[in-house]
Design a protein around this ligand. Structure first.
Ligand code: ATP
Length: 143
């Protein structure tokens, strides 16, 4: 079976390297899915979930934000600014980040906040919370 050799890295670590039969990543303007044989492409990445489908059909879910990805000759690499496997997400931390970002945007937290930065933080937090919800990960569970 043809496959894509998929690698997910951040500046600090390699989160995944292996063969996948299908992978979906968040590009800047929406999700893109890739099957073996895809044409070469380089693109900026956005904030969202990465879904990797293994050859047996099992899926692995990661969250990511920023960076870029490239595919060439069935080799695909995502170089993310930040990324986490969904199981390693600290949901309470994400909830706190969400609230902090909302407070900054609404002006209920004293300070002269960079609103664009607060919006980006809100998006990252909502992405992590949404991924946990999709995967049935409940608040308070221990990693
Ligand atoms: P926070 O304000 O909680 O730090 P953030 O969105 O500003 O959230 P990032 O700058 O995106 O955090 O990430 C910094 C590092 O912390 C990265 O290595 C990222 O993977 C990790 N990280 C951030 N939030 C979480 C979380 N809720 N669970 C697990 N790891 C996280």
């Amino acid at each position: 079976m043809p496959a894509i050799e998929f690698t997910l890295v951040t500046p600090g670590k390699k989160l995944f390297a292996g063969n996948v039969s299908w992978v979906q990543v968040p590009a800047r303007d929406g999700y893109m899915g890739f099957l073996p044989g895809h044409a070469p492409l380089v693109s900026l990445a956005g904030t969202g979930m990465i879904t990797c489908r293994m050859e047996g059909g099992k899926e692995k879910i990661f969250t990511m934000s920023g960076g870029y990805f490239e595919i060439h000759l069935n080799r695909m690499t995502v170089m993310a600014d930040v990324a986490e496997h969904v199981e390693s997400i600290d949901l309470e931390r994400a909830e706190k980040a969400r609230q902090r970002a909302l407070d900054r945007i609404r002006g209920t937290l004293p300070g002269d906040w960079d609103i664009d930065r607060a919006h980006a933080a809100l998006l990252r937090a909502l992405n992590r919370i949404g991924a946990c919800q999709n995967c049935g990960i409940l608040p308070g569970r221990k990693n």
